[in-house]
Design a protein around this ligand. Sequence first.
Ligand code: ATP
Ligand code: MG
Length: 172
Amino acid sequence: MCERGLIQVYTGAGKGKTTAALGLALRAVGQGMKVIVIQFIKGDRSCGEHRFCARYRPFELVQLNPGDSFVQTREELRETTERTLAFAQKTVVSGQYDVVILDEILVAVSKGLVTSEEALELMGRKARKTELVLTGRGATKEIIEKADLVTEMVAIKHPFDSGITGRKGIEY
Ligand code: ATP
Ligand code: MG
């Protein structure tokens, strides 16, 4: 097991950020590591990764938003994002996990629901051994600077642009 965990960022407008993080989770669990995925913004427990985790329990997948972010008011989304951030802070400093994935936290930052300072503080306080992964469009310059690994998914082509909407098992 690694001595010191690094900080990874998957950002950009192309597809593959969340699925890359889930792929990393699969690999880490295969090596006996303890993994938790905490999802910001999303409030959809019927997506494939939730069903997979409910059925096989490969790692923890936590979603504290009880509602649908597309219909929630900003106040509702703010309240649930605050609770998610508090849980993420506790988890990241705890040292209880080898890998902590904060899925869509960068979207929460882009929407002004988590400040860039709060995200940076969280990155700075992570337990030494923990590998921390942040995903979502729109990583700020400061977050990119503080990370050890940054990958930008570039949307060269996406079927959404030709009218093919999200497909079960592929996009959710
Ligand atoms: P995935 O979950 O498939 O890895 P992602 O995490 O990179 O995608 P998000 O920005 O979180 O993508 O977008 C949420 C949803 O929008 C996903 O279902 C994703 O497949 C889809 N999506 C990603 N990129 C694009 C794009 N360029 N145009 C339209 N939809 C997209
Ligand atoms: Mg995503």
